[in-house]
Design a protein around this ligand. Structure first.
Ligand code: LLP
Length: 425
């Protein structure tokens, strides 16, 4: 986080709070979110995309307090399920600033979105066009709709989080003509208001070329729609997916440059074809909450596996951060509760779950005098850690605290054993 630093005795502080105090007051494992960092990234986006809409992708991490920050900072929100929608509505977030996503939204989810009056629904299949048309008519609504277009861009990221090549589940293909067919079908339904096209090419992408290719292809499709139907669609949603730095040497795209580049490409295609420039939306998730989060753990055992490495076991694991196991993600871990002159030892930071893939950091260097009770901080865990957390092995999911200007407060309570047993008969 932008506000993390080392205090005099060598302990890490985040948002002006000493990690030792955080561990004492809230326990470990603990998700810590630097409020000023997150809010400033929200503002950076709002500034860079001043003439566009910025919709935070709630899947990265969503709770009531985050929704309040979004409302304060004037951003919109993307939801991918009825549950995410419920969080937003529970604190009175303006429904008109919400976009509903998903490749298999249920009838109940569509109904809820329609009744709440969400700003946009992004349709992902032919069945959904018919289904949404049916429910819109039934409820007497006329939602604004976008078509999720699979642009055929090969995003350079992990296979599980690349979403614009043809052979995956999302969207309607540009290459095969399915996207154009979806446009035809929506235009034939008077109860749906087609306002634009959407594309999301994948996540944790640092090379901006793919975003630009996708933007150009979407803008070109706008021109084709005008030619075929005489309809000028006023909006393009370019998705999210911008990468963050997890370890030394990682690069992250500059948001201002990205915004300028995307705007320029879309403007050129549309102006050349005599079309008005559409309003743009972007949907960043990771870049807003990722860098401002850390996870604090307490060291339990330190096992030297002769000649190989040191295994450092902490009190959480793949239940609070599955990204290493799932995507081979890389993280930075540091001794956070004190400074050490100990020799750096090749270490593997592992959790307490019953499987050997329960790894948080595959290779890192931690000091040789590391001992039980030391606190470890893992950086940049604000996105896709709490939101992907599980109760594997009946571990309670840790609390989330927000820190700002020397104060910490719980924004999501940690689970208790009662929570784990609730609902069992
Ligand atoms: N918009 C849509 C339609 C999306 O599907 C996503 C992410 C985003 C926006 C936000 O992408 P971001 O800016 O956060 O990269 N669990 C994976 C990431 C999955 C992303 C899914 N969709 C991970 O931990 O890396």
């Amino acid at each position: 986080p932008r506000t993390s630093t080392r205090a005099a005795e060598g302990a890490l502080t985040v948002g002006g709070v000493d990690v030792r105090d955080l561990a004492r007051d809230h326990g470990t494992p603990l998700y810590v979110l630097d409020e000023d960092d997150v809010r400033s990234r929200m503002r950076d986006y709002a500034t860079a995309f001043a003439d566009s809409d910025v919709h935070y992708a709630g899947k990265a991490f969503l709770c009531k307090e985050i929704v309040r920050w979004l409302r304060d900072e004037g951003l919109g929100l993307d939801v991918a399920s009825g549950g995410e929608l419920a969080v937003a509505l529970s604190v009175g977030f303006p429904p008109g600033r919400i976009t509903m996503h998903g490749n298999n939204k249920s009838a109940a989810e569509l109904t809820r979105a329609l009744e709440a009056g969400v700003g946009h629904i992004v349709v992902d299949s032919f069945e959904e066009i018919a289904r949404l048309g049916y429910h819109a008519e039934r409820l007497g609504k006329r939602p604004k709709v976008m078509v999720r277009v699979t642009t055929g861009v090969e995003a350079h990221t992990h296979e599980f989080i690349a979403t614009a090549h043809d052979d995956q589940k999302f969207g309607l293909s540009l290459n095969s003509g399915a996207a154009a067919e979806a446009v035809r079908r929506i235009l034939a339904l008077p109860q749906l208001e087609l306002v634009g096209l959407h594309s999301h090419i994948g996540s944790q992408i640092v090379d901006t070329a793919g975003f630009e290719v996708a933007a150009r292809r979407l803008a070109t499709l706008l021109v084709q729609i005008k030619d075929e139907h005489g309809v000028v669609l006023p909006e393009l949603d370019l998705g999210g997916g911008y990468g963050v730095a997890y370890v030394d040497g990682d690069e992250a795209p500059d948001i201002k440059e990205l915004a300028d580049g995307l705007r320029e490409i879309v403007t050129k295609v549309c102006v050349d074809a005599g079309l008005p420039v559409p309003r743009l939306t972007v949907e960043p998730g990771r870049t807003i909450v990722g860098p401002g989060g850390i996870t604090l753990y307490e060291v339990g055992t330190v096992k030297d596996v002769e000649g190989l490495r040191t295994y450092v076991s902490i009190d959480g694991g793949m239940s609070d951060n599955v990204r290493t196991a799932l995507y081979g993600a890389e993280y930075t871990a540091v001794l956070a509760s004190r400074e050490s002159q100990g020799r750096p030892m090749l270490s593997r930071l592992v959790g307490k779950h019953c499987e050997s893939g329960d790894i948080i950091v595959r290779d890192c260097h931690l000091p040789a005098d590391l001992a039980p009770g030391d606190l470890i901080a893992v950086a940049a865990t604000g996105a896709y850690c709490r939101s992907l957390a599980s109760n594997y092995n009946y571990l309670p999911r840790p609390a989330v605290v927000a820190v700002s200007r020397g104060e910490s407060r719980v924004i999501v309570q940690g689970e208790t054993e009662d929570d784990l047993l609730r609902g069992q008969l």
